[in-house]
Design a protein around this ligand. Structure first.
Ligand SMILES: [Zn+2]
Ligand SMILES: [Zn+2]
Ligand SMILES: [Zn+2]
Length: 152
């Protein structure tokens, strides 16, 4: 997604995340918040090792398990989505509604556009039912070129 004012966009997402956590009695601790805000630094995928290096300072090296625990929390509360094909993460701006994300990943600029479709979910459920397949995790990721990166 390309937004016109990312400072506003990320700020709103973080405020939103705090409200969701508050409503659920979940604690958005400083490290969890720092990880989320780093992920929200853009609409591109963020990898765990990027977080480790970006959040560490000379006198405070953040250990990988700290980052992984924070990521687990954020995933559990739907504040971020895991991008399986890139082994990376992206912020979600509507964590209060349970949904299955369809991620459109631009391979040129790296921007990720999240959409979701109830019709598509029903089709997937129907298809797996017919095959007596029990879904434990659904991940729909589309790679391609976003509107901005298409010529003409
Ligand atoms: Zn934005
Ligand atoms: Zn989402
Ligand atoms: Zn693009």
């Amino acid at each position: 997604m390309h937004c016109s004012n990312h400072t506003h966009c990320a700020g709103t997402a973080l405020e939103h995340a705090e409200q969701v956590c508050l409503a659920r009695g979940a604690r958005l601790t400083p490290i969890r918040k720092a990880v989320l805000s780093e992920i929200w630094s853009g609409h591109e995928a963020t990898k765990a090792y990027d977080l480790i290096s970006r959040l560490s300072t000379a006198d405070n090296l953040i250990k990988p398990p700290t980052i992984y625990r924070a990521l687990e929390f954020l995933l559990a509360h739907g504040l971020i989505h895991r991008i399986e094909s890139l082994n990376a993460f992206i912020g979600c701006d509507h964590p209060e509604i349970a949904h299955q994300a369809v991620l459109m990943i631009c391979d040129t600029c790296g921007t990720i556009n999240e959409q979701s479709s109830e019709a598509l979910n029903q089709l997937v459920a129907q298809m797996s039912d017919q095959q007596h397949f029990k879904i434990t995790r659904q991940s729909i990721e589309l790679h391609g070129t976003c509107r901005r990166c298409q010529p003409g």
